[in-house]
Ligand binder design. Sequence first.
Ligand code: ZN
Length: 140
Amino acid sequence: MTDTIEPQPVAPKDAQWDVLIPVRDLIDKHPDLALTIRETVTQYVRDAEYPALIPVQITDDGETYAGVRCPWCGIDVENSEHLDVLDENDRSTTISADEFDHDHRTVSPDYDDRGQFDGLCYVCTGCDRPVSLPTAWTER
Ligand SMILES: [Zn+2]
């Protein structure tokens, strides 16, 4: 493992608006489809494959410790507590550093009310981009 990564290329800053124009036009022409479009987009966001977080060994001031870096911006989401789980209702739960288990390759988010939490994706809050858990890691 290393403490350096190649950040993922990102879309131009205003590209998000170009992507949304046909969606907005479709809803303007067919408002009856608005809820179907919303549900479909939610499903696509849930099913999409996002760049995986990268487990690393970080050396800082002569001390080496485990971390997990964002593939988009390179921030250590584990030790800076910049990894959230986002649910369908725009609620987020931050995964704290002690909820990462490198030996068992798991994260264990502490949901306030797990029964009501409908997970959508993981988000690096350092850059507000979706990510997936590191390869072979799971949530428990
Ligand atoms: Zn990031």
